[in-house]
Write a protein that binds this ligand. Structure first.
Ligand SMILES: CC(C)(COP(=O)(O)OP(=O)(O)OC[C@H]1O[C@@H](n2cnc3c(N)ncnc32)[C@H](O)[C@@H]1OP(=O)(O)O)[C@@H](O)C(=O)NCCC(=O)NCCS
Length: 158
């Protein structure tokens, strides 16, 4: 059984370890400890640890709660054991938490086009592909594109 709990500052080393692992595999970017500390303390963001039978199994970071646009971004998501449905379930719970906030109208994320596992998980949860930001990110070696995906409140509730 997968549950989410709010992350604490003590969880940042765990989050950064997963970021480092999946950054090396080309799936996610990563942030410095300082950036994480600032974001964690901000009312704009929510950090969650995914628990499987009460043991940490990944993390989800949402942000955008303090913005004008009622649009919440899934800033980062990683399951420690990909391909087991755990990340998908963590995201399902995080989307529920985002839409539990009465102002939230849209939940969105970006994903590298070649991350087929992630795109399948997001589509299965009702996220719609909106388009491709072509060669928008330079990682120091190559230019990468990003697919934008979202789910609207009426789609989530419908
Ligand atoms: C992306 C992620 C959150 C998806 O969550 P997940 O629980 O692992 O996803 P699932 O196990 O439900 O798999 C999703 C789909 O991909 C398929 N899949 C599993 N492994 C796969 C692989 N290596 N390649 C392609 N598809 C794969 C699954 O069969 C499933 O297909 P289905 O929809 O037909 O059932 C998780 O894999 C993860 O954290 N990956 C590493 C970091 C990352 O990519 N983060 C997201 C960045 S946008």
């Amino acid at each position: 059984m997968i549950t989410l709990r709010p992350a604490l500052a003590d969880d940042l080393p765990y989050i950064m370890e997963l970021e480092e692992r999946f950054n090396a595999q080309g799936y996610v970017l990563r942030d410095s400890l300082e950036t994480h500390r600032e974001r964690l303390a901000s009312p704009d963001a929510r950090y969650f640890i995914g628990l499987r039978d009460r043991v940490p199994a990944g993390f989800v970071i949402l942000r955008g709660f303090a913005g004008l646009h009622r649009s919440v971004e899934v800033k980062r998501l990683a399951a420690a054991d990909p391909g087991q449905g755990i990340g998908r379930e963590m995201l399902r719970l995080a989307v529920g938490a985002a839409f539990a906030h009465p102002d939230t109208h849209r939940v969105w994320l970006d994903v590298y086009p070649e991350n087929e596992r992630a795109r399948r998980a997001y589509r299965a949860l009702g996220f719609v592909e909106e388009g491709l930001l072509r060669e928008c990110e330079f990682d120091g070696q190559r230019l990468r594109s990003l697919v934008i995906m979202s789910i609207l409140a009426r789609e989530y509730r419908g």
